[in-house]
Design a protein around this ligand. Structure first.
Ligand SMILES: [Zn+2]
Length: 314
């Protein structure tokens, strides 16, 4: 999967006002972004991007009472169309300061949807340059004269991590893997319902269980809804079935998701031989651990043992 950085110059495109309006529900979540001709076969719906805002050179008049923006990462967007011709009907000029700019001259644009708005708490480039993952993304730190450029998956994941967007990653990312390249409005609706279903599911699980099923981590912010039969391969019913869910802390979720641990029909843990003694100790897993079992769980775990744990053993 490709990830993108959408580069915004606040003196040309009034991204500042746009993000404020977005926050206050005064504008639509959807917008467009011009791309470069050599990217038309690479940019596809379902991919994600970040909005980078560079040096704010707006005049006081352009700022219209607003403070200058610090350089930084201000939003996460999702690409929602294949490249389409950059013709007036497809452009959103509402927030444009300068007419006749390059962005109007390029041949293609894509439709994007803002899925996270960080206008109140951006990740500043100062912070990014001090982060050992983000500072490896040179175009992020130093800037580049492009409207959109590819970034590394690690960069994108690190941004999610810094913003505590684990659950966003879980439901939104996996939706992408399974969705068709072009979505009809009915399919879109199904996706939105699935996402809402996921947050409801989390809430109702948290009402019943209050800690990691393998250890005592109980801080709600850390607890993860971990699907036994993975989300991306489950059908709608399996995705929302509570018996298909383990509530786990980050370590145990990751181990389970990576197929480094699974459980037998009695609920007793099976630990992969790929996990060394040191790692077992560091990650707090041992042979005495287990989960409560029932028939439904047994069925889902059979899948996990064969397809998730099994594959990781090879
Ligand atoms: Zn745990």
């Amino acid at each position: 999967m490709k990830y993108w950085m959408l580069i915004s110059n606040p003196a040309k495109w009034n991204i500042h006002q746009f993000l404020l309006d977005l926050k206050n529900n005064k504008t639509q979540q959807e917008d467009t972004w011009v791309i470069h001709d050599n990217q038309i076969n690479q940019i596809k719906p379902g991919q994600y991007g970040i909005i980078r805002i560079g040096t704010d050179q707006r005049t006081a008049a352009q700022r219209n009472g607003l403070e200058r923006l610090e350089k930084g990462i201000y939003a996460i967007v999702k690409i929602i169309s294949y490249p389409i011709p950059n013709i007036p009907e497809n452009q959103n000029k509402q927030y444009l300061f300068i007419q006749g700019e390059n962005i109007l001259k390029r041949s293609y644009l894509v439709r994007i949807q803002y899925v996270q708005n960080f206008i109140d708490h951006p990740i500043t480039l100062q912070e990014a340059s001090e982060d050992s993952v983000l500072n490896q993304e040179h175009n992020l730190i130093n800037g580049i004269q492009r409207s959109i450029v590819e970034i590394k998956e690690e960069t994108f994941n690190r941004i999610l991590e810094l913003k505590h967007l684990q659950s966003f990653e879980e439901d939104d990312r996996l939706l992408t893997e399974s969705e068709q390249p072009l979505l009809t409005s009915t399919e879109k609706e199904t996706m939105i319902k699935a996402r809402l279903g996921h947050s409801k599911l989390r809430l109702s699980i948290l009402e019943e269980r209050d800690r990691c099923e393998l250890c005592n981590v109980s801080n709600e912010k850390l607890l993860i809804i971990s699907h036994i039969k993975p989300w991306r391969v489950g059908n709608a019913e399996e995705r929302l079935d509570k018996e298909n869910i383990l509530l786990l802390c980050p370590n145990h979720d990751k181990l389970f998701d990576a197929g480094l641990i699974t459980f037998d029909n009695d609920g007793k843990i099976i630990i992969s031989e790929k996990l060394s003694k040191e790692n077992r100790k560091a990650l707090n897993v041992n042979e005495d651990m287990g989960i409560e079992m029932n028939d439904k769980r047994e069925e889902y775990l059979k899948f996990h043992r064969e397809r998730v744990f099994g594959l990781s053993q090879k």
